[in-house]
Design a binder for this molecule. Sequence first.
Ligand code: URA
Ligand code: SF4
Length: 215
Amino acid sequence: MADIDDIEQPRATGLIPNEPDLEGLREAAAECTACPLYRNATQTVFGEGPDRAAIMFVGEQPGDYEDLAGHPFVGPAGKMLDRCIKEAGIDRRRAYVTNAVKHFKWVPRGTRRIHSKPNSMEIAACFPWLEAEIAAVKPKVVVALGATAAQALFGKAFRVTCERGRLVASRFAPYAMATVHPSSLLRAPDEETRHREIAHFTEDLRKAAALLKGR
Ligand code: URA
Ligand code: SF4
């Protein structure tokens, strides 16, 4: 019998096809209404990348640009991510890039749509999609970008600030780690901090890149 948590907590689980490949998942996720976030978003933004990518990056949720384009990490945070993963020696075309939550959550401010953090109900509702992506791609290394992805993957007690750049034992991949979200680099208060933060982020990504060697 379902307990009270199951009744209150929506989940995408029932929508996931049996033994899905990425295309099957992407099609099914396009129809997802498991939590309220689909209502105010343009479309589901599913993960993208080679179906056997050795490395997977997991962000928080699509932003304004991603919501309109239908692709993950194509806005300013995506440009920052591209630049730093390249600097770390990883080719974005060989990486699978996705988000913990697949619909854009926002609040209006004038004519603009301002990012709003997904809550734990929404993260849990969407988690089956991420889990299914990981099961389909089977990456060797999973990198959580920021607190939302890290807590979705490694639990609520996980603290990115304390544990960034370190290996985390995880059932999801042989190697897993977390670092900050690239959008945090865009919010640095001054140039010096920004440079330092970019260098630290790139250093974390280099550690992830090193795990890909020796296959
Ligand atoms: N921020 C994210 O976490 N994901 C995106 O796809 C874009 C911005
Ligand atoms: Fe489904 Fe995730 Fe979108 Fe919620 S955010 S409707 S769980 S795809």
